[in-house]
Design a binder for this molecule. Sequence first.
Ligand SMILES: Nc1ncnc2c1ncn2[C@@H]1O[C@H](COP(=O)(O)OP(=O)(O)OP(=O)(O)O)[C@@H](O)[C@H]1O
Ligand SMILES: [Mg+2]
Length: 255
Amino acid sequence: MQAAIRLRDVHKHYGRRDVLAGVSLDVPRGGRLGLIGPAASGKSVICKLVCGLEQPDRGEIETLGESVVGKREVQLGALRRRIGMLFQNYALFDFLSVEENVAFPLVQRGGMTPEAIAERVATRLRAVGLAGSEHKLTGELSGGMRKRVGIARATVADAELVIYDEPTAGLDPVTTQKIYDLLAADQQRTGATVLAVSSDVVALAKFVDEIAFLYHGHILYRGPAATIGDAPDPLVRQFVRGELEGPLRMEEQRA
Ligand SMILES: Nc1ncnc2c1ncn2[C@@H]1O[C@H](COP(=O)(O)OP(=O)(O)OP(=O)(O)O)[C@@H](O)[C@H]1O
Ligand SMILES: [Mg+2]
């Protein structure tokens, strides 16, 4: 079966730093892959490459069966409408209300009446615990509330592919679990392919089928999420368990 995400030998550098040095990665249609790795290892860069928001130096990237490499912005619009993306830094429109932010993907896609959009948005906002905040400007919200607006926006259009970059960073443990339950229920309902980046490996592992570990420009390991804490690679185990002693070299120490 065709992969929803397919990266082959992808390279990306910024300045003198080779952030990605030959990344190959597949996510099957309907699959849920978690991506973990040290800070600044390039997880968010991978998310952006998959949506065509950044271009690789070399390598192949196919998203939902379409190559994104070398495409211009106008050519990528149709593909992006098939993707729901939660950015790590929110990327909300601060001058729009909560409701308008969440409605945005539906308005862009077209084909729905304003009433139907309003109803869908209200349902999503209830699901993320933001009923009553519809008319606030997102610039006025707390970090956790902004995160939940981003989740509502990423899931509102039932995209074929959803990318969650740190969906629960900054949220309390109970809200974190609620959000993952919501994401899991959504995925089961829509059958969407999921790529999820999170530093909360325990919560992530309950949500995804498999986890890939990005380390020094490469996917060093990929295996079942349920047993990630007992991965055969000692580096992966050390990272997941948060142990200080071991073979792991964090990115910052390399600079
Ligand atoms: N647009 C850019 N311009 C310059 N450098 C960039 C750009 N985007 C990313 N980088 C650099 O690439 C590296 C990887 O960044 P990225 O945001 O992907 O890390 P990450 O793995 O998501 O980290 P974190 O866990 O902190 O979110 C960092 O050193 C970052 O500074
Ligand atoms: Mg990141």
